[in-house]
Design a protein around this ligand. Structure first.
Ligand SMILES: Cc1cc2nc3c(=O)[nH]c(=O)nc-3n(C[C@H](O)[C@H](O)[C@H](O)COP(=O)(O)O)c2cc1C
Length: 313
């Protein structure tokens, strides 16, 4: 199996990515959180830092672009190519209201004629290889049957399917029936993404879909950054390893972010996903959430690691 780390805006930037690579080293491709494409000559500092080669040494990183404007996609692709990237991922999945209202992300899925013209233009330029991360549709899963006919017209490096629609956000269940159809209908290689959080989820998925060779995982890896070691080698995540991993991310954020509040904001976002890994975690979760100074945060994290254990499943 090939494993991809899903892009997650605000969470899986280069600080997190480097720590994950250093401590776990089992991801075939990391995807950057989306860069909004535009005509400007330079990237925003935050976007540039995230994709700078010196900030991603030894990591296979696929930058992701969010846009519905072919010229902007092409322009941004050229800038990314100059940085050394040979594959770019197009975001057709983002469900957020502000993105969808501009017909971007999963909002673009409802504008099929425009999408077809957009793809025609960006594939004609062929600046880099292009992969696509998509949902099944905007309002109905069945939209996928029209979409796949469009996707099949282009040599997509990989079609990464998160089988939900925009309206689902991250609720409801992935539609595995339509994903199964996607496997037979797609002329391009397909990667599955969605709700693989435990080894059991992985095994059940593989049982149903033994032809799938590539999985993208997001929240499951944020919760348990050692999930793939568990899947592949039955190696359970050790508390000490998770603490060292946490400390590395924390120290690196302290170096690049200005002020305790910004550092704590980042760490709290991460704990939202990691906390359920711990036994009896409610009191510690609250302490971490409420901490306003690094000192309070340090105490809460230390007591969590000292007093609680990582749950088996
Ligand atoms: C907080 C958050 C931020 C995300 N940011 C992005 C993003 O920048 N680009 C993208 O394609 N998907 C983004 N996603 C979607 C994930 O990449 C992934 O498709 C989704 O979480 C489902 O996979 P999972 O069940 O393995 O988490 C985001 C999801 C969440 C919850």
């Amino acid at each position: 199996m090939n494993y991809y780390f899903a892009p997650m805006e605000g969470l899986t930037g280069y600080i997190y990515r480097n720590a994950h690579k250093a401590f776990f080293n089992n991801i075939d491709k990391y995807f950057s959180p989306f860069i909004v494409a535009n005509q400007s000559e330079s990237f925003k500092t935050k976007e540039l830092n995230d994709v700078l080669p010196e900030n991603n040494k030894g990591i296979v990183l696929i930058p992701q672009i969010l846009t519905n404007n072919a010229k902007d996609f092409i322009h941004t692709s050229k800038k990314l190519k100059l940085l050394g990237y040979n594959e770019i991922n197009l975001n057709l999945g983002c469900p957020s209201g502000t993105v969808v209202s501009k017909n971007r992300g999963s909002g673009f899925l409802a504008k099929r004629e425009e999408l077809d013209m957009f793809l025609d233009e960006i594939f004609s330029e062929s600046i880099t290889k292009i992969s696509i991360k998509t949902r099944l549709g905007k309002d109905r899963c069945e939209e996928f049957y029209d979409l796949i006919q469009i996707f099949n017209k282009y040599p997509i490096e990989e079609l990464i399917i998160h089988p939900r629609i925009q309206k689902d956000f991250y609720k409801n269940k992935p539609n595995l029936k339509i994903f199964k159809d996607a496997l037979t209908l797609s002329k391009n290689p397909v990667c599955y993404n969605g709700d693989i959080v435990t080894v059991k989820d992985y095994k059940e998925f593989c049982n149903d879909f033994n032809s799938v060779e590539t999985l993208m995982i997001g929240r499951g890896l944020l919760a348990n950054p050692g999930l793939i070691s568990d899947i592949e080698n039955n190696t359970k995540l050790e508390k000490k390893l998770l603490k060292d991993f946490h400390d590395k991310i924390y120290e690196d954020y302290k170096e690049i972010l200005f002020g305790d509040r910004n550092v704590l904001f980042k760490m709290k976002e991460l704990w939202f996903y990691m906390m359920p890994m711990f036994s009896d975690n409610a009191k510690y979760a609250k302490k971490i959430r409420k901490s306003e100074r690094l000192h309070d945060y340090d105490e809460a994290v230390l007591s969590l690691f000292r007093e609680q254990d990582i749950l088996e499943n």
